[in-house]
Design a protein around this ligand. Structure first.
Ligand code: ZN
Length: 93
């Protein structure tokens, strides 16, 4: 787990969720939120979120990702997580 302010992150997640009507993105955001709570290995390098996936692959997620969902043009939790962390960082600075 990163050293996050839970309350700030909760707000960021809620806003992101309410901002979209796209069910797939909402699911991606939900997955990302769970991931951010449970995955201890998720450093943000200033540009992208580095995510070790359940299948032990390392994704560098920002506007793009290297996972299957992205390959098929679908929203993925990795990109959602990257966006959440970026928003969170903007707010914290
Ligand atoms: Zn992905």
């Amino acid at each position: 787990m990163m050293n996050l302010n839970q309350e700030t992150m909760r707000q960021v997640i809620e806003e992101a969720f309410n901002k979209t009507n796209n069910l797939r993105w909402q699911m991606a955001i939900t997955r990302a939120a769970q991931e951010l709570e449970s995955n201890p290995f998720m450093p943000y390098d200033g540009h992208a979120l580095i995510i070790l996936s359940e299948s032990n692959e390392v994704y560098s997620a920002n506007g793009t990702c290297q996972c299957r969902a992205y390959e098929f043009g679908k929203p993925c939790g990795h990109r959602a997580a990257a966006r959440l962390v970026a928003r969170y960082n903007e707010r914290s600075n």
